[in-house]
Write a protein that binds this ligand. Structure first.
Ligand SMILES: Cc1ncc(COP(=O)(O)O)c(C=O)c1O
Length: 412
């Protein structure tokens, strides 16, 4: 029997977890425009526009600024598997779940992993990372910028200097920060960086903006091998070890994004439209204005949570500007009933946590399209009501009042 199921009809939600978040209506509209062939000059011009737009979003002059099709993890894996060859040393400072992911990916491609660790909820002093770079002299220093698992942002500025000193390439995972906090690729001397759309860029998950410095490009090209069937006559591959993934081979991806348009995959047409529109929305607001909006929303949310008597998670100095960790009060057990009621009764999704933070903190995102005063106030008032039903009484109206005060102080 044919099973057709019902038409798609997702319930209205306000996505205030650590991502994905609600998508800009303009982006949804852009995704519904017609397909073009991948070599249609109109489409290849859109590819060029995407390169130009993401140079601005990343604040870089890097020529090689392109999309890797897949969620943010595909951009991470493309950068690391293209840069790290078997036997290369990689240093991964781990301050949350996503540092473990970088180590995992580098380990799978045969890298020799060195790590330093710090407690979840803290970050590293730049000097501590610099010392480890001098000690291990890695081919790549792989850093997470904002680790949504702990809600902490690792300062990146100052790391490039020590990397240059010892000939290390600096890779950064900016999945969760691009568009929500300053990410200064050229000013910070980053060699390779990847992001996603589903956090502060407020697009759907499914494609990953990446940009590469000249040094990173050179390192990748020492491993460049073009696959059979599309290789130009007489082509001889580079002498370095072939990149183990075909799909995520940035050497071949650069050819696809170059005027040669040497075929690789079929670019995800609708995701390219989405990425293009996300960048146009974010740049249209202005990067700095967007960062200020995220910081203000987080301040208001945090003031509200604290006024409700809740305790914030993590070192204050290096919290991300777009997601907040808050301890689950004892009265609420592991907090899952609260999350479930936020969703069923108010249509608001807030995040749970991973690893040893599971059941201890909630993570509340204030990202992209969601990151506006009405949503902060809705979240706080709904949380207040749900907490009351779960045995935790906050002072009446305190959360919303405190958030109002922060917005009023900013003239909003
Ligand atoms: C810092 C960070 N890196 C990587 C990822 C993985 O992204 P994706 O699920 O899009 O592959 C996430 C997702 O939450 C993230 O927050």
């Amino acid at each position: 029997m044919t099973e057709l199921f019902d038409d798609l009809s997702p319930s209205p939600r306000l996505l205030m977890g650590p991502g994905p978040v609600d998508v800009y209506p303009r982006v949804l509209r852009a995704m519904s425009v017609p397909m073009l062939g991948q070599f249609d000059p109109e489409f290849t011009e859109y590819m060029n526009e995407v390169m130009a737009l993401y140079r601005q979003v990343f604040r870089t002059q890097n020529h090689w600024t392109l999309l890797v099709n897949g969620t943010a993890r595909s951009g991470i894996e493309a950068c690391l598997s293209s840069l790290v060859a078997p036997g290369d040393t990689v240093l991964v400072p781990q301050f949350g779940r996503f540092g473990f992911l970088l180590s995992e990916i580098c380990g799978r491609v045969g890298g020799k992993i060195e790590t330093i660790e710090t407690d979840w909820g803290t970050t590293f002093p730049v000097d501590q990372i610099a010392d480890a770079v001098r000690k291990h002299r890695p081919k790549v220093l792989a850093m997470v910028h904002g680790d949504t698992s702990t809600t902490m942002a690792q300062p990146i500025e100052g790391l490039a200097e020590v990397c240059r000193e010892v000939g290390t390439l600096l890779y950064v995972d900016a999945t969760a920060t691009l568009g929500g906090m300053p990410v200064e690729v050229d000013a910070w001397g980053i060699d390779a960086i990847s992001a996603g759309l589903q956090k502060c860029m407020s697009g759907p998950p499914g494609t990953s903006p990446v940009t590469l410095s000249e040094a990173a490009t050179e390192a990748i090209n020492t491993r460049k091998h073009i696959e059979g069937g599309i290789r130009p006559e007489g082509y001889v591959g580079a002498s370095g070890p072939r990149i183990s993934s075909n799909y995520l081979d940035l050497g071949m991806l650069m050819d696809y994004w170059s005027p040669k348009r040497l075929n690789h995959h079929t670019e995800s047409t609708s995701m390219l439209y989405a990425a293009r529109e996300c960048a146009r929305v974010v740049l249209g607001e202005g990067l700095d204005a967007g960062h200020t909006r995220h910081a203000l929303a987080s301040d208001a949310l945090r003031a509200g949570l604290q006024a409700m008597g809740l305790e914030l998670f993590g070192d204050e100095a290096n919290r991300m500007a777009n997601v907040t960790g808050v301890y689950i009060p004892n009265a609420c057990g592991n907090g899952e009933a609260v999350r479930a009621q936020m969703l069923s009764d108010f249509g608001i999704e807030i995040g749970t946590s991973f690893g040893h933070l599971a059941g201890k903190i909630w993570r509340i995102g204030t990202m992209g399209y969601v990151c506006h005063k009405p949503n902060i106030l809705r979240c706080l008032s709904s949380l207040d009501a749900v907490l009351r039903r779960n045995g935790y009484d906050a002072p009446v109206n305190a959360g919303v009042d405190a958030a109002y005060k922060i917005y009023e102080g900013a003239g909003q």
